[in-house]
Ligand binder design. Sequence first.
Ligand code: SAM
Length: 220
Amino acid sequence: MNQGNREAKRSQMVEHQIQSRGVQDRLVLDAMRKVPRHLFVPDERVDSAYADRPLPIGCGQTISQPYMVAVMTEALALEGHENVLEIGTGSGYQAAILAEIADHVVSLERQPDLAGAAAETLKDLGYVNVEILVGDGSKGYPERAPYDGIVVTAGAPDMPHVLIEQLADGGRLVIPVGNSFHQTLTRVTRRGDAREIEKLEGCVFVPLIGEYGWKESEVE
Ligand code: SAM
């Protein structure tokens, strides 16, 4: 498939899978039209890169469905000046979408092999405003806090309060919360000492494994 065909596939993905389901944020739609998703999937999955579903990326993990990446990014309500934390780098695709919009992105991945591959892909594509780090993201990353946005791309059993504490005033945490089979995409906005909680939609993610997520023995 040549470059023009891939651009056409991305335009179709945005129109038929994302805009048609109600995502309107222009910055999100532009980023999803631009980032070459096929470079974030294993070679044998390239032909399915623009399909309406998650895909395996190795280590038992997945690159999220394009629509879900768009919904989560829109829920962060980014304007361009933000410091953002992503938990669950996976392929690095969501990190690239965030890096297109925000000022700085820190992304944490617990599996070193995935983190290494994602960092290489992002470097090859010329992203200089993303840091990929290996570690337990359920604890957040206080070294770069406060964050204007935190997005968790794995399912948590509860809302990790340690993440809310790392939000700036007015900052948004977007996180799937539920059991290991089904979660509710939830947005928490920090307003001083208060928190505004909104339930957005149902979703299914691989588990967030760590101190403030699932124990490995509970899900494997
Ligand atoms: N955002 C990714 C992308 O664009 O490809 C998809 C992420 S995949 C659905 C979830 C990722 O979260 C997996 O790579 C998994 O290893 C990672 N993960 C699970 N628990 C984690 C934790 N406590 N800290 C960091 N990463 C974690």
